[in-house]
Design a protein. Structure first.
Length: 135
């Protein structure tokens, strides 16, 4: 019998963690946050990583125009390596205070350019009215 803790048949995996810095966008002004993608290759293979980013209306990947879709190439990760990359998400004078959904699809390709793993992640970007400093 196999024990519950027997992990020999568990396939090594690819992981992605998302975070932002700073944590909020400010409404009605030109500013940005960085969405940080932390990708971990826990497989025994070298893998090439790319990510598609899809934004909702009123936020953009471009500071001066509307750009709601983009792709970032993260590069090749050897087994047990990780990489952090950031993508700037911009607000503008039309960005209302709201919570905006953001959808990311991570692709991991093997040496034959075949998709080894596809991971979809959603997160929300918070946009608030900037408050004046109180002393």
């Amino acid at each position: 019998k196999k024990s519950v803790n027997d992990n020999r048949n568990v396939k090594p995996n690819v992981h992605i963690k998302l975070s932002t810095h700073p944590s909020v966008l400010f409404a009605y002004s030109h500013n940005y946050i960085e969405v940080i993608l932390n990708v971990i290759n826990e497989t025994k293979k070298n893998l090439w990583f790319e990510a598609d980013i899809h934004l909702s209306d009123r936020i953009s990947l471009n500071p001066t125009e509307t750009l709601n879709k983009g792709r970032i190439r993260l590069g090749i990760l050897k087994p047990k390596e990780y990489i952090k990359r950031s993508v700037k998400v911009y607000a503008n004078s039309y960005t209302n205070p709201n919570t905006y959904p953001l959808h990311i699809i991570l692709y991991a390709y093997d040496k034959n350019a075949v998709i080894y793993k596809r991971i979809e992640k959603d997160m929300s970007v918070r946009c608030e009215i900037k408050r004046k400093a109180v002393i």
